[in-house]
Design a protein around this ligand. Sequence first.
Ligand SMILES: Cc1cc2nc3c(=O)[nH]c(=O)nc-3n(C[C@H](O)[C@H](O)[C@H](O)COP(=O)(O)OP(=O)(O)OC[C@H]3O[C@@H](n4cnc5c(N)ncnc54)[C@H](O)[C@@H]3O)c2cc1C
Length: 475
Amino acid sequence: MTELTAALSAFKSEAITRLGANHVLEGNEAARFEHDFWNQYSGKAACVVQPGSTEEVAAIVALAARHHIPLVPQGGNTGLVNGGIPDASGQQIVLSLERMNRILSVDPAGDTMTVQSGVILAEIQKAAEQADRLFPLALGAEGSCRIGGNIATNAGGVNVLRYGMTRDLVLGLEIVLADGTVLDLLKPLRKDNTGYDLKQLFIGSEGTLGIVTAATLRLVSPIRERVTLWLGLSTTEDAIALFGHLRGIFGDLISSFELISSYGVEAAITQLSGLRRPVAEPWPWHVLIELGWSFTEGLRERAEAVIGTLFEEGRIKDGTIATSEEQRAMMWRIREGQSEATSKIGYVVRSDVTVAITDIPALVARCESWVGEFGNDIALLPFGHIGDGNLHMNFVVPREKASDLAPPLLERLYSEVDQLQGSISAEHGIGRAKRDMIVSRKPAAALDLMRKLKAMLDPDAILNPDVVITRPPKR
Ligand SMILES: Cc1cc2nc3c(=O)[nH]c(=O)nc-3n(C[C@H](O)[C@H](O)[C@H](O)COP(=O)(O)OP(=O)(O)OC[C@H]3O[C@@H](n4cnc5c(N)ncnc54)[C@H](O)[C@@H]3O)c2cc1C
């Protein structure tokens, strides 16, 4: 028996003693933790451990530290950058937070909610609604992703424009450090200038610096009247001009401003059941806009008046306002369903890039100009949160050509993004998928500081060792 096999075996038996055999999974029971949501990445776990409390997480991390065994924290496993599943070695252990799924308290007067880190995002949204509040983090994976994963990735989503990223919604955190110490920063305070704001270090650190076990979240006023608009446009320039114009009128009442291409709309309505295009014509570009406020009426009339003027001024070609919750849901289903729909057509090469909002038209035009060079059977599928300058500039390619085409397509895209001084990861994070790509893109001093932080907080590289940044373990 090698030293490592002996350590793994000792870890498993001690983990079974601590958690019970039904919370230490192997073989078939571990399979669903070993591949990601879209089956893009897969690995092999030595086993999956499922602690049910902060104390159990701390005990498992201390155990892993004692045996020098790497842990991969996992929430809902919807991450898109290969950060939450084990590598292929069979020597990493998945630490699933699924059982940590309790809402601990809701305080409508203080506008806060405290939750364990394994609560599914949609459950948090529901609990906020029941307290007549809103938890505004919203994304396509909300029925599966868990708040600890959202915090670890600093997730964005469709409401960033108004409410910010996950970072802006976290008031306090409880974290288990790499040696098993519990760091209790779980305060509901808006103001706390007592030195370094340590929780920020862990938000967006993708499980590499600590394990989030609980969070105190910021709630906001409920949205009592919501107006959802679907507009047809000729160009991306029109979309950006419209964004600026409507921000001038509605300000922060706009929570979402999503760009969708004609290709994406047609794919959704032909490949998914029960959907139809909200406007009659297949305009080259569509925008889905959501406005809301906490009054019960008055916003729709204002939006209708503004839309009328937009038509008169020739700013939009076509448009409609959702008249029922069903219609609104259909609009969002078209927006969110593009990935699922295009996966039925071919292999989707995904990306998550960001440039200055005013550079979005240039980025789209540049990609349109060269995509044909890779083959006339490749479709460009740009969509995203253009109010944040964030585009998912995806490519739909024939399945059999996917492995040949994905690397050069992404390389070309990222070189455009570099030239426009954007970022190759807007909201999905780095994981293993983009780890090596940030090395040439971040300032050397920033990379150095990242490595020093990792070495200080996780000297034996126990937590997600190959994710975000590489560092040889200290032995
Ligand atoms: C259909 C679909 C739509 C999506 N839309 C969006 C979007 O609009 N915006 C967006 O930002 N993302 C989006 N994503 C990506 C994904 O949903 C987010 O990254 C989400 O925040 C991941 O949460 P999770 O619980 O699934 O995390 P996981 O996938 O389980 O893990 C993600 C990372 O966080 C780490 N981690 C997980 N839990 C913890 C914890 N408790 N402590 C420490 N580290 C932890 C993991 O090790 C991993 O590195 C989408 C994904 C899908 C499949």
